[in-house]
Design a protein around this ligand. Sequence first.
Ligand code: NAI
Ligand code: MG
Length: 335
Amino acid sequence: MKLCVIKGDGIGHEVVPAAVRILQQLMPEVEVVYGRAGWDCFEQTGQALPATTIQLARESQAVLFGACSSPSYAVEGYASPIVQLRRATETYANLRPTRFLPVPTAREGVDLVVVRENTEDLYIGDEHTADAGDTGTATKRITRRASERIAHTAFRLARQEGRHRVTIVHKGNVLPQTDGLFRRVAYEVSRQYSDIETDELLVDTAAYWMVKEPTRFDVILTPNLYGDILSDMAAAWGGGLGMAPALNLGDEVAIAEPVHGSAPDIAGQGIANPTAAVLSAAMLARHKWGQVTIADHIEAAVHRALSRGEHTADVSGGIGMSTAAFVDAICAELG
Ligand code: NAI
Ligand code: MG
């Protein structure tokens, strides 16, 4: 088994080594190789995601990705490395679970997973300006093929995890040709999974319920953009961005990736919460390598460490442990 590790920028350099340490403690047979990507890489090499990194990711078939900094303005030659890498590896599904964990900022009873389509929608990068820069236009693409495969992923996951309901989230009332297609195809696929209940919500209503009553959600099946936003909202109920794991899944490659970004405001201070990265690594072990026992073991160790009141400062709004001390606490729980 091979693992391609891409730390990226900022706190990627702090949380990814923590996750690698835990994986290596339990799976010493995994061969780790390192690839570069991100803003620092772009400044040094002129490439945000070098072809050698894509090659390593494809060969390894399993990737642990930290976070990359992307400016919110156009930079010639720069495009978000993770969006590019997802595309290059055809990792079409993005699984983003939020489960209650015993920290002061989490909401009891929340246990949901956002299944986000990962290859199309407004994120295809077809964006241009006209009118001397005063008019911007982006293409939103939804296809039957991508909608079908993400719907199957959501319903299969629901079965696998003993979940009961899939909620299709869309804006088909305003966008009948795109979101309407996504909705229609999702309902078609749902007929093959009669043991799972299917319902739907418009995305604005879903956002309302995500704030008001997050425990009502089980599996959320949604296009790329809404999935990005709703999963960050959901992350707040899991204790914050530092707690939120994700896995990009394709037929060949899987990329474990915490939901958070490079957190430049705290980078280099040794206080970043490694939980999201560690739980992402556990998802990789579970879904890519089929190591269910190891994944359960990692999740239980994180749970026990947190239950004992050990955590970084971001989940308490006050004081907390350093990244290194918290990783030691998890490792101690692993036995
Ligand atoms: P962010 O997730 O980096 O940070 C948002 C807030 O959450 C910050 O206050 C940060 O300190 C805190 N935070 C995030 N992760 C944390 C952790 N593990 N432990 C403790 N606190 C944590 O989002 P932001 O600030 O919007 O973006 C910063 C940079 O990251 C941008 O350049 C953005 O493009 C990039 N980004 C990259 C992503 C990726 O590579 N997958 C995803 C999201 C943002
Ligand atoms: Mg996001």
